[in-house]
Design a protein around this ligand. Structure first.
Ligand SMILES: Nc1nc2c(ncn2[C@@H]2O[C@H](COP(=O)(O)OP(=O)(O)OP(=O)(O)O)[C@@H](O)[C@H]2O)c(=O)[nH]1
Ligand SMILES: [Mg+2]
Length: 466
């Protein structure tokens, strides 16, 4: 399961700055999709091939009351749901009573705490170090989040003590006994439990609970028409007979982990809510970010008149334009209409997500795409795209090799993405495009620089880095 790291600390210590650093690797991957807004609080990152989830929290003072108390409660829920906590201190501000109160509570939580001293750039940390040590959480790791200093060692240290993500997220094929893993996700009350009940109950399926899965999300293997599936249930349903009484507990962390564990996410929306909400869009964004295949189920479609249906369709186009690759299914979990079709949709999305395309075929497609529409000139030189190979599955990763690929405009990347999608008839899965610049035509041809030129070059590089 995707390990979860919570960032905790007083206001202004630099939690959000660190969050941005830790999730930046993913920025590039999702930046291509228009309309997608990133969640400012929950983000995925990857270091050395290991994915993780980071939670940024609001600043804590230590002894909040009233409304502040409620907000602080949220922070402690995040601590509860995480595998490791990074407690941030401010080297400029020093350690104060708030830090001590937070540290005390963290020590009692039994969570793994990584004490981290931020903003160590340009200050004498010696006195603060002593105070920090007195918090009883060991010696703090020193970082300067704003400059990215120490950030990788911090995450390395955290990941080293956390269990490997064996959930089979990105790039893995499902175990033979599990079949296609489907995460049913959505806001509270959209009808996830009813839908799961339908999917399991209506058909002649073999369903059984598999207890002992960590952190409350349960995996329900079953078979339908000779195809194996595993439903990953975040809705808090335990027994089929008790579905109607089950109180749904919504946890974004649990949801994100389920998405990451799944091959296909079944995102359930509530048609009778009359709109696509912010939270729907955020969940959709997370699914995009994780690269999981996607089927959109618009539930409670019964009882809407034509005008309401039309309105909702427009809402979907407007608010979730980046999900144009996913098919929409209008269903009623309550009455069962459209539910059977979801299985075909899931299979289709899964097949698309796990497609294997040989390099010559991909390269031919690339040539066709380039022939139809040339990449632009950059400073008088044409960007050349030479060949493509597949770099992964679920989602399919297409790696395009050429020169000056770093300068390809977003619009051209999008064009290629659409071209491959249409040519390969991929429905229900995002495609991830990576661009690599291969042999540099000027390689080995560079003139030797004189000592003075080298000095100058160093100065310029230093200047540019600032
Ligand atoms: N000098 C220096 N400043 C930093 C560093 N990291 C963050 N800052 C600055 O500290 C200020 C607060 O940073 P944030 O990341 O917003 O702090 P936060 O902990 O998220 O604050 P709250 O969300 O309000 O609790 C900003 O002005 C940052 O630019 C650092 O490593 N060095
Ligand atoms: Mg912040």
């Amino acid at each position: 399961m995707l390990p979860v790291i919570a960032l905790i600390g007083r206001p202004n210590v630099g939690k959000s700055t660190l969050f941005n650093q830790l999730t930046r690797s993913r920025d590039a991957l999702v930046a291509d999709f228009p309309g997608l807004t990133r969640d400012r609080q929950y983000g995925q990152g990857k270091v050395g091939g290991r994915p993780y989830l980071v939670v940024d929290t609001g600043g804590l003072v230590g002894d909040e009351r009233g409304l502040d108390g409620l907000m602080a409660d949220q922070v402690w829920v995040a601590v509860e749901e995480s595998d490791a906590v990074v407690l941030m201190l401010d080297a400029r501000d020093g350690i104060n009573l708030s830090d001590e109160q937070i540290a005390t509570r963290l020590r009692r939580s039994g969570k793994r705490v990584f004490l981290t001293l931020n903003k160590v750039d340009g200050v004498d940390v010696a006195p603060v170090l002593t105070d920090a040590f007195a918090l009883g959480l060991g010696e703090p790791l020193q970082i300067a989040a704003a400059h990215g200093r120490g950030v990788v060692s911090l995450i390395d240290r955290v990941l080293a003590v956390l269990p490997e993500d064996t959930g089979g997220g990105e790039g893995e094929t499902p175990g033979e006994t599990q079949g296609i893993r489907i995460a049913v996700v959505g806001r509270p009350n959209v009808g996830k439990s009813t839908l799961i009940n339908r999917m399991l109950g209506e058909q002649r399926v073999l369903a059984f609970d598999q207890p002992g899965t960590t952190r409350d999300s349960i995996h329900i293997p079953f078979e339908r028409d000779g195809e194996r599936y595993t439903l990953i249930d975040t809705a808090g349903v335990r027994r089929r007979s008790k579905v109607s009484e089950a109180v749904e507990k919504f946890s974004i962390i649990k949801t994100l982990q389920a998405i990451n564990d799944a091959n296909v996410a079944l995102l359930v929306l509530d048609a009778q809510a009359g709109e696509v909400t912010e939270q729907d869009a955020t969940l959709a964004g997370h699914i995009m970010e994780s690269g999981t295949a996607l089927v959109l189920a618009i539930n409670k479609w019964d009882g809407l008149d034509d005008e309401q249906r039309q309105w909702l369709r427009e809402q979907l186009d407007r608010r979730l334009p980046f999900l144009d690759f996913a098919e929409r299914y209008f269903i009623s979990a309550l009455h069962g209409s459209g539910v059977g079709k979801l299985f075909e949709a899931v299979q289709l999305a899964y097949r698309a997500a796990t497609i294997k395309v040989p390099t010559p075929d991909l390269t031919r497609l690339l040539e066709r795409a380039v022939y139809a529409h040339q990449p632009p000139l950059v400073q008088g030189r044409r960007i050349k795209l030479r060949y493509a190979h597949q770099g992964g599955q679920n989602p399919p990763v297409i790696v395009v090799h050429g020169n000056q690929t770093a300068r390809l405009p977003q619009s051209y990347k999008r064009y290629l993405n659409n071209f491959f999608r249409q040519a390969l008839k991929l429905v229900g899965t995002p495609i991830r495009m990576e661009f690599k610049t291969g042999e540099n035509p000027y390689q080995g041809k560079r003139n030797q620089l004189t000592a003075r030129q080298q000095q100058r070059r160093k100065r310029m590089i230093r200047h540019v880095k600032k």
